[in-house]
Design a protein around this ligand. Sequence first.
Ligand SMILES: Cc1ncc(COP(=O)(O)O)c(C=O)c1O
Length: 393
Amino acid sequence: MSTAFDHTFDTLIDRTGTGSLKWDDMERIFGPVPQNAIPLWVADMDFHAPEAVQNAVKDVAAQGIYGYPAESSAPREAAATWLADRHGWAPGKESLVTVPGVVPGMALLIRELTAPGDGVAVQPPVYPPLFDCVRAAGRRVVENPLVETDGRWGMDLGGLEGIFRGGVRLLLLCSPHNPVGRVWTRDELSALADLCQRYGVMVVADEIHHDLVLPGHTHTVFASLPQCQPDRVVTCVSASKSFNLGGLPHAYVVATDGALRQRIAHAVVGRGLAHGDLFGMVAQEAAHRHGAPWLDALRMYIADNAAMLQDRLHSHLPWVRMATLEGTYLAWLDCRASGMDETTMMRRLVAAGVVPSGGRFFGTGGEGHLRVNLATPRTRLSAAIARMIVGLA
Ligand SMILES: Cc1ncc(COP(=O)(O)O)c(C=O)c1O
């Protein structure tokens, strides 16, 4: 697959010394790493943002005055139009409440929608703040681990029903799912919605990866399903993952029920989270208005990177099982057949000069897996794969 935008993603950019968590904090997180180690861990891309986004940020920077931004509806309007055009869901801009990030939004929603001691369901292996935020709020994490069949992960709806019967107030849905790379199908989500409705379980859907769906797959907004009652579902979205804007925090909590939205907006003010980030706001507006061609080219590039990883593993480490990548730019590798424990495996990889995320970080079911960030130029990924082959052989 080739696109007019390939050259953008092929450019090797030296990010060392730029204050990047992914590049400059490797030693702090993983201990001593060889010079020129390649980081494939945190979900951050080694690509420039679309030019329209860079220009919007530069225009604001050039003003030289960085006071509180006005409560403009333009960014919300751009985000609502994006949701409608791209995802076939039209909640209307008035349904979007601005928050400083998806994680702060989730942390606030957990506190707002449940009481201390309530059970909150999560489906590990999963992005760790989903369970960390529950614990930090004094709620109970109730796990319903995902199940894997022939390299494809799924939700265990029987298990979920069991824990719902035992008493759960809220489910945190990760869709598409980080780290297993699933784009949940409409049928899967419909069955989940039926179950939540039957047991009166509210859902907070973390859909931050909604745009990062590989060709051939379609993201279904959970809240758009007919079974979902507007006062029982809240959706968290942001352009930050799609366009690599993690350092400019900005996100939306979408609630189509007016009373629920009022409650959330009130909690945002009450927790001191109402003042948005000026740069995050303009960057996301520009991304939503002008970023679609860049994003489509990116999705192709990631698909090709995933295919390269799969091929090389197949030839050199056939015992590594890569989960079918449907969404996100994060490959999930089952390395349990290595016979090494995860600590040894990570130590060998780091020594070989490549730094993925260890699966243990993602909770139950993650041990012995690796999460590999594919959002890097192909030549660098190729070099990283060569090092992985050395480290795991
Ligand atoms: C599933 C998921 N949710 C949330 C986030 C982070 O959201 P934010 O940076 O807006 O807090 C990430 C980042 O990788 C993620 O993978």
